[in-house]
Ligand binder design. Structure first.
Ligand SMILES: [Zn+2]
Length: 358
């Protein structure tokens, strides 16, 4: 079946050089070649069609983010020199910081950690990616069973008023918010890292379910969220499911956790599913330390397709650049095998068929 891809190449001009991690400056892993390699790998797929969407206006991203947060980002990015990388001096949600007259101090109110420098194109790149995610949501609303938002920078670490983990705008959350107007939405996050931002944004909501498989916070970024005890609160209590897994997790250990997540999604009975597709669970990923093989993404895709719901796939992390295209292709192969094109309405189970290796 056709593959509708939403992608805007203005992110190719977005190339931070350094992260500040563990007290050291380290090479920035979210490089422009990530998206190029994925596109090159999938452009030969049957029915491949890419649509470029112009960046969102700030207020269009305010569905899940505070406008003051977005404006603070914009003020700093707009004042940076070419090739300047900006890290806030203070990073703390303290009231005096938020009201500081100095944009370079004020933005520290919204920084969760030092992993993500701001450079001049940062906000515009994120707004471009966010537009792709919203357009993907629009495609689902228009009756498409599948859309792929090839987003860079990633988004799931961005909270309502915070940036972190290479993320400034939470594209998956923005799309889920848009889709939630037409029925319940499940966000299934299979990135190696816990999507602290998505969890925070929907923490108190009972109409958006968040399920995440990730490396346990004792071992891996973001370190401060992702435990199984975090289940939401108020009306959202029970609509947040964290499945933390230890480093070294391979398919044998991953598959049962995935099945737990999928059973919970089925029980929630969403009208649509947003998948935060991280590829940093791959064994060769330079950041993650899970042990999945490229074939395992096919198994993941097949199982997700068998939910029998329209799917918006939003790209998150994944940093072993030469392997990204192969993993994405295997994932879409799995969706095809699982019968994503044959969705016959809400509640329909997916296709049967032989189990692939992995
Ligand atoms: Zn990740």
């Amino acid at each position: 079946m056709g593959l509708k891809v939403f992608y805007n190449d203005l992110e190719q001009g977005y190339h931070p050089r350094h992260s500040f991690f563990y007290g050291r400056f380290t090479p920035y892993p979210d490089v422009p070649h990530r998206t190029r390699s994925i596109l090159a790998a999938i452009e030969g797929r049957n029915g491949f069609e890419v649509t470029a969407i112009p960046p969102l206006m700030l207020q269009d991203a305010a569905g899940v983010h505070g406008l003051d947060y977005l404006e603070a980002l914009g003020e700093v990015c707009g004042g940076l020199a070419v090739d300047e990388e900006f890290f806030p001096f203070h990073m703390a949600a303290l009231p005096l910081l938020k009201t500081s007259p100095y944009p370079r101090l004020r933005v520290g109110y919204f920084a969760l950690d030092g992993s993500t420098p701001l450079i001049a194109p940062s906000l515009n790149a994120a707004l471009g990616a966010a537009a792709s995610a919203l357009a993907g949501a629009g495609a689902l609303a228009g009756g498409e069973p599948l859309a792929y938002a090839l987003t860079r920078p990633p988004g799931h670490h961005a909270g309502r008023a915070s940036y972190a983990g290479y993320c400034l705008i939470n594209h998956a959350a923005l799309a889920a918010q848009a889709l939630s107007g037409a029925g319940k939405v499940a966000v299934l996050d299979v990135d190696f890292h816990h999507g602290n931002g998505t969890q925070e944004i929907f923490w108190g909501r009972d109409d958006v379910f968040y399920a995440s498989l990730h490396c346990r916070p004792e071992e891996a970024y973001p370190y401060i969220t992702g435990s199984a005890e975090e289940r939401g609160e108020g009306p959202g209590l029970g609509a947040n499911l964290n499945l933390p897994l230890p480093g070294g997790t391979d398919w044998a250990a991953y598959a049962p956790a995935l099945e737990t997540a999928l059973e919970a999604v089925r029980a929630f009975d969403p009208a649509t599913v947003v998948v935060s597709l991280g590829l940093d669970t791959l064994a060769s990923d330079p950041i993650g330390n899970f042990a999945l093989a490229p074939e395992d993404f096919q198994a993941i895709g097949r199982r997700i397709a068998q939910l029998g719901r329209p799917l918006l796939i939003v790209q998150e992390g994944g940093y072993d650049v030469p392997s990204l295209g192969k993993c994405v292709n295997r994932f879409f192969d799995g969706l095809d095998a699982g019968g994503i094109g044959g969705i016959g309405g809400i509640g329909g189970a997916g296709g049967a068929g032989g189990e692939e290796a992995g």
